[in-house]
Ligand binder design. Structure first.
Ligand SMILES: N[C@H](CCC[C@H](N)C(=O)O)C(=O)O
Length: 276
């Protein structure tokens, strides 16, 4: 099969975006892993598959696969690229796009400046729903790793996140500690691990070790989870500039309906074909 795709990124978090509306796409986890290989394949952090919706009230269905081939529930940077992709491919002309994901629905709004705002919905803090093993819900938890205790927040944005406060993002042990927390036994479905340095109540620096990938240049759901964690600890304002290695996002945790909004760029790199 000759597969058409578009290579895109959101602040350097890069994607292979495939139109599953006009193409009949069936990929195995092994094929996804091969496509994700940065030497033998296209190379990406995630593969995004656009499909017709199952829910008649939605415009599209959005499936997300990490570079290791695992299918996951949500991708924030990918959602912004999704919005630009479906408009570029004339699959819609709307600037308000309702998208069904495997864990809830999201709404994408494309501004006149082509910046995309995604309503990521409400964060999930109930341990069982994250999922995270804990006796009761708490703002932070003590996580023991090799005899040392680390204080984390545990939050789901549809996908599970651990968030730690650090004094200096640049020197944070993202690889070493991120890898261990990602597969900690208290996260039965693993998790994404954010290292957040608070600059001031309206600005943070963040690095994220992503589940199924490793450290990425940006993580949209990670930025949302970090702002929720900071707000819960009384350290951040409702709207925060989150600066990641690949660039900055604006995140708002809206008081009135508890929705988390994310605004940022989406970039098309090239169109491609690949035979699989
Ligand atoms: N690695 C994540 C999925 C992609 C999230 C990230 N790329 C974003 O922008 O939210 C997970 O396994 O839950």
């Amino acid at each position: 099969m000759l597969l058409k795709f578009t290579k895109m990124h959101g602040l350097g978090n890069d994607f292979m975006v495939i139109d599953g509306v006009t193409q009949n796409v069936r990929l195995t986890p092994e094929q996804i892993k091969e496509l994700g290989d940065r030497h033998f394949g296209v190379g990406f952090d995630q593969l995004l598959l656009v499909e017709p919706p199952g829910d008649p009230d939605m415009d599209f269905r959005y499936r997300i696969f990490n570079a290791d081939g695992s299918e996951v529930e949500q991708c924030g940077n990918g959602a912004r690229c999704f919005a630009q992709f479906v408009r570029d491919r004339k699959l819609t002309a709307s600037r308000r796009i309702r998208v069904q994901t495997s864990k809830g629905n999201i709404e994408l709004r494309v501004g006149m400046d082509d910046e995309v705002t995604v309503d990521m919905g409400r964060p999930e803090l109930e341990p069982y729903e994250i999922p995270f093993k804990a006796d009761r819900q708490s703002i932070t938890y003590k996580l023991e790793i090799e005899g040392r205790e680390h204080e984390i927040s545990a939050i789901s944005m549809g996908n599970p996140h651990a968030v730690l406060l650090v004094d200096d993002c640049k020197n944070a042990p993202v690889e070493l500690l991120g890898r261990k927390i990602q597969r900690h036994a208290r996260f039965p479905e693993n998790c994404n691990v954010g290292f957040m340095e608070i600059v001031n109540p309206g600005e943070v620096n963040l690095r994220v070790y992503e589940r199924g990938v490793g450290e990425t240049l940006a993580c949209g759901t990670g930025a949302c989870a970090a702002v929720v964690a900071g707000r819960l600890q009384g350290l951040l304002e409702p709207t925060v500039k989150v600066t990641l290695p690949g660039g900055s996002l604006t995140i708002t945790w809206r008081e009135e309906d508890q929705s988390v909004l994310m605004t940022g760029p989406a970039t098309r790199v090239y169109e491609g074909h690949i035979r699989i």
